[in-house]
Each structure stands twice: as structure tokens, then as C-alpha cells.
Design a protein around this ligand. Structure first.
Ligand code: ADP
Ligand code: TYD
Length: 203
């Protein structure tokens, strides 16, 4: 049966790299896979990227609400998460509501953010969240090396706060969510092997 697997981590933690490696491992075994990400490339996601890049400014609570709206669209749209799961594809998603909890709770009330995401959590709860743990000093260096324009959350002290928020959430949600915490400082291949071994258990 198709599974919904989400990759989480601070910026530059290696999510894109690991999604590609897991995609390769699954397709080699003839398991159909759909790769996707949040924010999406649809209109609400594009607007979010303008705010994240600092090109346009708005209230941080409006950003939290827009992430939740983009997510509901992502879940229910044609070729979205539910559609792909129904077609028997395992969905690999780069970020989901735990990102909203960890990032938006720096500026907004966590209970309110959880309430905004309650529908998403009820209609499309991931079978597994994989958290790639990398010290913020290291991931910020990776982001710098990548040479893309900086986003508003890509500051060391903020990333440290976000990493702490993730760990507080894992403790809070341990009975509700299936979370695998992976040491993301090793080679991409070693990390991918650990992830694949865990994914095999749920497939
Ligand atoms: P994310 O999608 O979480 O932002 P990426 O997969 O794009 O992360 O990785 C960020 C940068 O770090 C890229 O330049 C990538 O090549 C590099 N990278 C990814 N995984 C590792 C790793 N395990 N060790 C060292 N560098 C890595
Ligand atoms: P992303 O493009 O995945 O960044 P990276 O590849 O550097 O990890 O995500 C864009 C930014 O959006 C990133 O800083 C995390 C942030 N974000 C939130 O603040 N809340 C959310 O709900 C999501 C999905 C992302």
C-alpha cells in the first residue's frame, strides 16, 4: 500500500538529497513514487516564496495562515498528496506541518498554528516523518555554499531556535506521530541506508 513519508529538518539539512536517494532506492524496486514539496509551486506557494525571499512583506501570522492554506490545497488538489496516494504512489514530501509548528512558533502562538493545521493532520497524517538532524552552524555553511539568495529564516540564531522547537515537538508529539530522527552529519549514502531500512519496515 502507498505510504506518505515526509522529510523535515532545518534549512540545508539535506532533505532534497535524501529524497532523491530514497526515490532511487524505491524505483529500483519497482515501487511507484511521487516527489513533492512545501511551499508548493502553486499560487499560494509562489506567494509564500516572495515573502520568504523578503521581496514582499506581510504580517508573520498571515504567513502562518498561508502555509496552512497552501498545505490544504497541496493535499486535495488534482495531482496532490491524496490523489497520488490513491493512485498507489508512495509520496515523498519535502516539509509538512511539523515545519509550520517549528518555524512559525518562533513568532506565533503554537496552539494557534496547530489549530490551523488540524484539518491537514486529520485528512493526511504522514506514515513517517524523517528528521535530518544537522547542527545549524553546519547547515548554514551548506546553504552559503549552495549560493542561493538568502531567505528570511536563514539566520543562525533563528535556525538554532527552530532546531530546539523541533526537538520540543518530538517530545510533545511522540504518541501521535511516527518520527525518525537521523544524524544528518554523515555521508549522504550512510544516511540513505539508515532511512531505507526504516522505510522498508512501513512499506
Ligand atoms: P535541503 O533540501 O534540506 O535544503 P540539500 O539536500 O539541498 O538540503 O543540501 C544542502 C547542501 O548540502 C547541498 O549543497 C548538498 O549537496 C549538501 N549536502 C547534502 N547532504 C549532505 C551530507 N550528508 N553531507 C554534506 N553535504 C551534504
Ligand atoms: P525550503 O525551500 O524547503 O528550504 P530549504 O531547502 O532551505 O530547507 O523551505 C523554504 C522555507 O520555508 C524554509 O526556510 C522553511 C520555511 N517553511 C516554514 O517556515 N513553514 C512551513 O510550513 C514550511 C513548509 C516551510
Amino acid at each position: 500500500m502507498s505510504k506518505f513519508i515526509v522529510f523535515e529538518g532545518i534549512d540545508g539539512s539535506g532533505k532534497t538529497t535524501q529524497i532523491q536517494l530514497l526515490h532511487k532506492a524505491l524505483t529500483e524496486r519497482n515501487i511507484p513514487v511521487h516527489i513533492t514539496k512545501e511551499p508548493t509551486d502553486d499560487p499560494m506557494g509562489k506567494q509564500l516564496r516572495k515573502y520568504l525571499g523578503g521581496k514582499e512583506k506581510t504580517d508573520l501570522r498571515a504567513i502562518a495562515a498561508l502555509f496552512a492554506a497552501d498545505r490544504l490545497h497541496h493535499i486535495t488538489a488534482e495531482n496532490g498528496i491524496l490523489d497520488n496516494l490513491a493512485k498507489g504512489r508512495t509520496v515523498l514530501c519535502d516539509r509538512y506541518y511539523l515545519s509550520s509548528y517549528a518555524y512559525q512558533s518562533v513568532d506565533c502562538d503554537l496552539d494557534w498554528i496547530m489549530a490551523l493545521n488540524r484539518e491537514a493532520a486529520s485528512i493526511a497524517r504522514p506514515d513517517l516523518h524523517i528528521f535530518l538532524d544537522v547542527p545549524p552552524e553546519q547547515s548554514m555553511q551548506r546553504v552559503e555554499n549552495r549560493g542561493e539568495t538568502e531567505e528570511i529564516f536563514e539566520k543562525l540564531d533563528r535556525q538554532q531556535q527552530i532546531r530546539k522547537n523541533f526537538f520540543d515537538l518530538f517530545e510533545m508529539l511522540k504518541d501521535k506521530e511516527n518520527i525518525l530522527i537521523v544524524d544528518g552529519t554523515r555521508t549522504p549514502e550512510t544516511i540513505a541506508e539508515e532511512i531505507f531500512n526504516k522505510v522498508k519496515e512501513i512499506l
